[in-house]
Write a new protein. Sequence first.
Length: 338
Amino acid sequence: MTGMSRKALPADTPYLERLKQMPSTLVFIMGCHRSGTSLLHHLLAYTGQVNYVTAYDVVHYDSLLFNRITGCEAEVKAALQQRLGAEKDRGLDRLPVGADLPEEYRFVLTTFNIPMGWQARRRIDEIFAPHLTRDTLDRFLELCRKKHFLNPHDQPLVLKDPADYYFNFLAVHQMFPQAKFIFIHRHPLPVLNSYLQSFGALMDKKSTYWALLDPGYEGFFERVSIKRMLAAISMRTDWYTRLVLERLIASFRYYLDNISRIPEDRYAVLRYEDLCRDPGGCLSSLSARLGMNLVPRVPPDFVAPRKLDILPRASLQYRKQHEALRPYLEHCRYEIYP
C-alpha cells in the first residue's frame, strides 16, 4: 500500500494450522495475589512432571513454534536467560527468575492498563478484573495448544493467574468442566499487607523483569512522571487500603458461595501456611486428591517466607472490617489474627 506500512504477521502464523490438540489435563492454581500461588507454581514445576507457561513462552509467544521448527529455540532461550541473569528476583518477592521458570498466562492474554492520577477505584477494578473470559478464550486455547505441541509427553498443563480466582473461577470451570483446580488460601491480614507492600514497590520503582513481560507496565513508566507519582501515592492511602480489603472480602464471599458448585473430585484445597511448613507433604496430598501422581522435589532452603511488618493502614482497616471476614476465616480454620 502506498504511503502505508503493513504490519508483519507473527512468526508463528504459518504453523498455527499444526495446532490440533489440547493438553489432556488442565490444572488451574486459584488464589489471591500474595497468597502463595507463585510458590505453589514453582514447587509443581520443580517436580518435572507437569507442563507450565514459562517466562520464555511469554516474551517470545508469537515465535514459539517458529523457534522450535527452525531450530533456533535454544539460541533464543539462551539469550533471554542471559538477559534475565542480572535480575535477582521478580521484584515482588524472592522467587527466582529465568527463561524456563513458571509465569502467569495472563501476560499472553492482556496487558496491564493502570489508570493514572487518583483513580484508585479504577486501578483496583483493573487488578481484580478477570483475564480468562469469552473475549480472550481463543487466545488462551491457542496458548494451550502451543504448549501441547511443544511438549510431546502430554503432561498436565498447570496454569496460574490470581485475577481469575477472585470472581471468575466458576466461569473458568464452566468453560473447562474437566479441568482440575488447586485453591490456595492464606490468612487475609498478611495477604492484604503483602499486597500493599509488593504492588506499591512495583509502582515506585520500575522492575526490569516485569517490564519485559508486560508492555502495559513498561508504558506506565513512560508516562508523565507527576501522574505516575500521584498514582503511586494514592496506593498508600487508607482509602485505597479500605477498597482493596472490601474487594478481597467480596471475593471470599464469592468463593464460599460457589466452591460447592465444582465437583469434589475436580479440586484440592491447601493453605499457604501449611505449604510452607510441609511442602513435600502438601504436594503429595494434593497429588493424591487430584490423581496426578506427582513426586515432590523441593529445592533445599527454597521455602523461606518473608516476615513483613504489618503496615499501620493494613492493621487499621483489617480491625475495622474483620467481622465481615469471619465466615471465610472459620471456613479456612484461621483465627481472627494470625
